[in-house]
Design a protein around this ligand. Sequence first.
Ligand code: FE
Ligand code: FE
Ligand code: ZN
Length: 294
Amino acid sequence: MLIIGSHVGFKKDTQLLGSLNEAMSYGANTFMFYTGAPQNTARYPIDNELTLKAIKLMEDSDIDYSKVIVHAPYIINLANDSDLDKYNFSIQFLQEEVKRCSLLGIKYMVLHPGSHVGVGIEKGISNIANGINAILNNTDVVILLETMAGKGTEIGSKLEEIKAIIDLVDNKEQIGVCLDTCHLSDAGYDINKFDEFLKMFDEIIGLDKIHCVHINDSKNDNGSHKDRHENFGFGKIGFDTLMNIVYNSKLVNVPKILETPYVEKTFPPYKYEIEMIKSKKFDNDLINKIKSGQ
Ligand code: FE
Ligand code: FE
Ligand code: ZN
């Protein structure tokens, strides 16, 4: 069965139950959320009652909670240690974050490897791995390194870089990968031939490491290193290539998460995109339908 959802909000008053209700309103059977605002590190305590209600509702709704994903805030950068206070704060924040994941019963946390901002790729990679080893010290949570577009000094736009980080992580059971289709294309990988890509991924890292796929189209051409997401089927990757990834037989058990943009920054597209993906037919008029709420 297709496991598909989108990123959803996580609000102070409704928490996991609110995130779940939002996901269900889109017809999703999984979801991803930030435990607070993605652009900052302000966090409030987890309400266990709301968590339990959400877990009960998932059990009643056949949602496999073990595949629900938390995304670490994107301002966290483990790659650069030129400001040691900042580097240590990032580690400490992520230690708190995996505790919140545990309180919420979440197994997987997606993390952007980070940008080296001048210290160099090699030093960046060892900074990331050292940070991850500190974070994983006292938790069962599995960190998923996201493949990146290669904007600026981002690390992780090459599979070899992801592999180099994994090699330095002590507990291999607690480190995996999240593929992002927009990022892979922007990084220069040809995902039109996705089976060939997976074969290469398997040789370098191993397919068993993939536990999440971010399904985004891209506003930019292959190799652009820009990282600007587009609605499903409306960008430079296109419907057929994305569908081939969503329904790839080697990734059936891996949750697919839409991080496509709100239309006109106002209208969430996820219900419509999920319907279109399930119908397996491209709808040229989808954006209008999203706007008009049809
Ligand atoms: Fe991400
Ligand atoms: Fe992503
Ligand atoms: Zn992105």
